[in-house]
Design a protein around this ligand. Structure first.
Ligand code: AMP
Length: 264
């Protein structure tokens, strides 16, 4: 029997606001080093955290293993052009223009009450643009997903060879990979709240994980995620249960294209 795997989750907060978070699935022997790495990351996130929580849960013996979505990286002259590009990609995926516009402006102004950054993702009706998440400060936290430990070195090596070795790329790719499996998903839009990490992405089931560089201005501390869903037959509970609760590993990369200038 294979050694059991564990879900390891870290979340740090300062002044009641989300500061940083991380998700891994790993064998028991890796947990001490990984949790120390996550705590170091929380401490280096900018503000001094008031609270760092790490949670470890043992997972079922057999986990589904899937292929990650394809990656494209579009280089844009500036973040405003990149937001136009994000609108285009979202509409191509089936998001209405008003819903795309609403999500872009929520992310730009802070999607949690009072203009703060959310701890998780908004859930947005892809047609009307209405927000569906139960808690607009927390949203939904995509959790319990990672690279298969046995495939990790190969997949990270392929990313590095394509010039995409920044750890945030792998993390966002895995998160988007799980989001694209969720029942009712149409597309995802994301950019980081890290003022120094300016790339973002649009993901959809047909075109995969499409990185846009840069998607925000240097120094901007706002960011977030919007998950667009087809509201007809949509079940919020099943959607959130899948994203938060169902463990998933990725053991194969999709196609990784080298970064290139955007052409519509
Ligand atoms: P990050 O890419 O880690 O900088 O996160 C960007 C934004 O995405 C954060 O400000 C949160 O609003 C949201 N977010 C971060 N982690 C998650 C997660 N695991 N699930 C859903 N949303 C997240």
């Amino acid at each position: 029997m294979d050694a059991p795997l564990y879900s390891l989750r870290m979340r740090a907060a300062a002044g009641g606001a989300h500061l940083s978070g991380a998700e891994r699935i790993a064998a028991g022997a890796e947990l001490p080093a990984l949790s120390a790495e996550m705590v170091s990351r929380a401490l280096a996130a900018g503000a001094a955290p008031d609270e760092i929580s790490c949670r470890i849960d043992r997972l079922a013996a057999t986990l589904p293993r899937l292929q990650l979505p394809d990656i494209t990286t579009w280089q844009l002259p500036d973040w405003r052009t990149a937001r136009d590009c994000a609108r285009t990609l979202l509409c191509r995926a089936g998001v209405s223009a008003p819903a795309a516009e609403a999500a872009l402006s929520w992310l730009a102004s802070g999607a949690a009450p009072g203009g703060a950054v959310m701890r998780g993702a908004m859930i947005v009706d892809a047609l009307s643009g209405a927000r569906l998440e139960a808690d607009p400060a927390r949203g939904v936290r995509v959790s319990r997903m990672d690279l298969d430990p046995a495939a990790r070195p190969t997949i990270l090596g392929a990313l590095a060879a394509a010039g995409l070795g920044h750890p945030r790329v792998a993390e966002a790719w895995v998160l988007a990979g799980k989001v694209l499996q969720a029942p009712g998903i149409v597309a995802e839009l994301c950019w980081s709240d890290d003022p120094h990490y300016l790339n973002g992405y649009v993901a959809d089931p047909c075109h995969g994980y499409q990185r846009l560089s840069p998607l925000k201005a240097a120094g901007d501390p706002r960011g977030g995620r919007a998950l667009f869903v087809a509201a007809a037959d949509f079940d919020l509970d099943s959607f959130c249960t899948f994203l938060e609760g169902r463990p998933l590993l990725f053991d194969r990369a999709g196609t990784i294209a080298s970064p290139r200038p955007w052409s519509p």
